[in-house]
Design a protein around this ligand. Structure first.
Ligand code: ATP
Ligand code: MG
Length: 424
């Protein structure tokens, strides 16, 4: 990376071969833009502020070749500024992980000055800048030598500061560093604000947020295509991403409609006898082709000819299918997906067990929240995080319950329990 750094390229642009260098610079720029796009997608895919902060830091360090990065956010009520991060894993950093929250004076710190004026700061030697605040260094036992700081601005409001520290090799910051960090900060601010909005939980902003993720990719990649000079191979890749994301938008819209109707209580559930055995048979039929594609064996243990509950057949099928579809999506190739029906007193339990990645314990109680996805899931397979929420609503609307049991790396079992129809 060092040889092809933007600085080296600009410096060596001579008369002997300017075209190659310009091409290199363009290629590098496209690479950086793509990296920012990729991170934007990942950032918007999580609503967990801690994960977001870590991602922003990591990529800031990578793009600017620095030792560490920090994020400062203003408390929107009190206006106070907080240092909100661990040291990054770069050359001079300590290896990230733990998040710290240290108050920082607005006056008397570079971050505070940037968060007040909205002007970036390039400080190649902090010992020469009287604004430098060493309180964070003292707490984190980190030695800051140089700082590049840009404001985090969202809808014209400064919400904080993004800083990178200690350019590797004692070098000074370049214009490219400033440009890249500014671009990253713009995306980071959107993601951070969205996560905040989400925590204040307003239906419309949640939906807009979810739709924005694929939109950002589509807009970004079409933009890259219009930049021109994109190699043929990349064009195909970009087009594939655009197609995939547009398809995903379509699925999301359907899911949302469904979910909004459910939330608004506008779903009229039929109340007719539904045979659970047939329900499971139907689900197995539908899921089998998808399972086969990945060599997953589907099994069924249904020791009854028929077993009735009262409810809406279509909606119950939908609930089971959501579980089955997860059982394939989060399974390993060549794994198993097993359906079991059991009678427990006045109820029937239907369990769907897979042999996939499983669910970490600390995610179990959030699994049924709308839009929740286990961190890291986005890298494995696309989804909106609505399936389980819809399933739970449907099951509960039938007077039933849903439970989950899982061991990470071994698989997960979802069990739906529904009251049996009266024998009469
Ligand atoms: P979709 O809305 O398309 O279903 P999704 O599958 O991400 O998207 P849910 O079905 O609500 O959403 O699941 C929420 C999250 O729970 C998933 O993102 C995944 O992290 C985790 N999860 C669900 N089912 C399983 C499973 N069988 N094994 C492992 N993780 C699972
Ligand atoms: Mg799902």
């Amino acid at each position: 990376m060092t040889d092809s750094s933007p600085r080296a390229l600009v410096a060596t642009q001579g008369h002997d071969g300017p075209l190659t260098h310009i091409e290199h610079a363009r290629e590098l720029k496209i690479q950086h833009l793509m990296r920012i796009l990729e991170v934007t997608r990942l950032l918007n895919a999580t609503l967990d502020p801690d994960i977001q902060l870590q991602m922003i830091q990591d990529v800031a360090i990578e793009l600017t070749e620095t030792g560490a990065a920090s994020i400062f956010l203003r408390d929107s009520r009190t206006g106070e500024l907080f240092f909100l991060s661990a040291l990054g894993g770069g050359a001079d950093g300590e290896g990230g992980g733990q998040l710290l929250r240290i108050p920082v004076p607005i006056r008397g710190s570079i971050a505070g000055s940037v968060a007040t004026t909205g002007e970036p700061a390039v400080v190649n030697d902090v010992s020469q800048d009287e604004r430098h605040y060493d309180g964070v260094d003292a707490e984190t036992q980190f030695v800051t030598r140089s700082i590049l700081a840009v404001p985090l601005i969202r809808r014209g409001k400064i919400i904080g500061t993004l800083e990178v520290l200690n350019k590797v090799g004692g070098r000074t910051f370049t214009d490219d560093d400033l440009e890249l960090l500014t671009m990253l900060a713009a995306q980071a601010a959107v993601a951070i604000e969205n996560a905040r909005l989400f925590q204040q939980s307003d239906l419309v902003s949640e939906i807009v947020h979810e739709l924005r993720t694929p939109m950002t990719s589509i807009i970004g990649y079409t933009r890259l295509l219009t930049l021109g000079q994109v190699p043929e191979e990349s064009k195909k890749q970009f087009a594939a991403v655009i197609h995939r994301e547009a398809t995903r938008l379509g699925h999301m819209v359907n899911d949302f409609l469904d979910w909004v109707r459910l939330e608004a209580g506008r779903v009229q559930l039929a109340r007719e006898p539904v045979d659970v055995v047939q329900l499971v048979n139907h689900t197995v039929q539908v899921i089998e082709p998808q399972a086969q594609e990945r060599g997953i064996v589907v099994g069924k243990r249904v020791p009854f000819e028929s077993l009735y509950v009262i409810g809406d057949e279509g909606r119950l099928k939908q609930a089971l299918l959501n579980l089955a579809s997860n059982g394939v999506k989060y399974n390993r190739d060549g794994g198993r997906l097993d359906f079991t029906v059991e009678q427990v007193g006045d109820s029937v339990s239907i369990s769907v067990r897979d042999t996939g990645i499983g669910i970490p314990e600390d995610s179990l109680d959030r699994l049924f929240q709308r839009f929740y996805r286990v961190p890291g899931t986005e890298d494995i397979v696309r989804g909106t995080g609505l399936g389980l929420n819809i399933t739970k609503s449907l099951v509960e609307a039938h007077g039933g319950r849903i439970a989950v049991d899982s061991t990470v790396g071994e698989g997960a079992t979802f069990t739906v329990t529904l009251p049996l129809a009266e024998p009469s």
